[in-house]
Design a protein around this ligand. Structure first.
Ligand code: PBG
Length: 317
């Protein structure tokens, strides 16, 4: 009789035949960079969303680097919000400092900076707004400008998460024009209009003030549209692609893996992580094991790299 249990007899055998690995070097840890000094707080204890001021980021990131984390992704929270895209450089000042600090600490650590307007505007939309409309092409100009600033300050990857049309091409052109031919673009290719971003918006102060994000983020219903998003971003010059939320889109991660050879990222977003934490806190599941299992499933679906709030606890374990 064929007995599949023969290969499950003990941890060493199971490890030898393990098809899918998750290691810290494939995980990227997000941080929310806030203005001010001496600030380091988790928006809710145990939920993994760390707000940090630039002066503390070096000592925060150092142990992660020592443990071998794959990278760090920075989201900016500005001192003042503005709706016209002017004073962008002043709004990005906390990020400029944080980028400089991290690059000084670890010049070779892959550093990602989020490109989006939702945290920078009073209305909280990912682009500029005219009346009740999120205007595309004017937004793209500001996003390209933001990307050039990040490149100038030394990030390795700019990561547009705004979902405006044509922004990858525009960002690539702007980077090249300013001589940043080696700065890469990790584009959020498939980003669903999702209920799972709640805790993030609390940490980034980026909840939309009116309406929702459905006129630019993707409907979760559409598999073919997701493929079009992917192919478009590859065409426009993306160096790597990101899909999110991860767990509710495992099929699309697999589709993407089969549709393109471009490196694939998946983002285990704040609400996915929070759901596991809340269930763990309620005594319903073992949080650590559940997180591990979700990360394995995301890798098995075909993601090369996972952006996850689990990177930090794994590094500090
Ligand atoms: C900004 C952005 C969001 C996330 C990443 N970039 C939130 C949103 O679109 O409202 C969500 C990540 C998370 O929930 O962890 N546009």
């Amino acid at each position: 009789m064929m007995r599949l249990r023969r290969l499950r007899q003990n941890p060493s055998i199971r490890s030898l035949f393990s098809e899918t690995q998750v290691s810290l070097k494939q995980l990227v840890q997000p941080y929310f960079v806030v203005p001010g000094k001496g600030i380091k707080r988790e928006t809710r204890p145990g939920y993994g969303l760390w707000q940090i001021s630039a002066d503390l980021i070096r000592e925060e990131v150092a142990p992660l680097v020592r443990a071998g984390v794959g990278g760090v992704m920075l989201f900016g929270v500005p001192e003042h919000k503005r709706d016209d895209g002017k004073e962008l450089e002043a709004q990005l000042e906390p990020l400029r400092q944080a980028i400089t600090e991290v690059k000084t600490l670890a010049p070779e650590l892959p550093l990602f900076a989020d490109v989006c307007l939702c945290a920078y505007t009073t209305h909280g939309h990912c682009g500029l707004v005219k009346g009740n409309t999120i205007i595309n092409d004017e937004s793209v100009k500001v996003l390209a400008e933001m990307s050039v600033h990040f490149a100038k300050w030394g990030v390795d990857f700019v990561s547009p998460s705004d979902m405006m049309d044509g922004r990858v091409r525009a960002i690539r052109a702007a980077l090249d024009e300013h001589g940043f031919t080696n700065t890469s673009i990790l584009s959020y290719a498939i980003k669903m209009a999702s209920a799972f971003y709640g805790p993030f918006r609390e940490a980034a102060h980026s909840a939309p003030g009116f309406g929702d994000r459905k006129s630019y983020q993707m409907p979760a219903n559409n598999r073919r549209e997701a493929r079009r998003e992917l192919i478009l971003d590859v065409d426009e010059g993306a160096d790597a692609l990101l899909i999110k939320p991860a767990l509710s889109n495992l099929d699309l991660i697999r589709d993407a893996r089969e549709a393109t050879d471009v490196p694939l990222f998946a983002y285990q977003v704040s609400g996915e992580y929070a759901t596991l934490r809340a269930a763990g806190d309620a005594g319903l599941i073992d949080f650590d094991r559940a997180v591990e299992e979700t990360l394995v499933s995301i890798r098995r679906a075909g993601a090369d790299v996972i952006v996850s709030y689990a990177a930090r606890p794994m590094a500090l374990r």
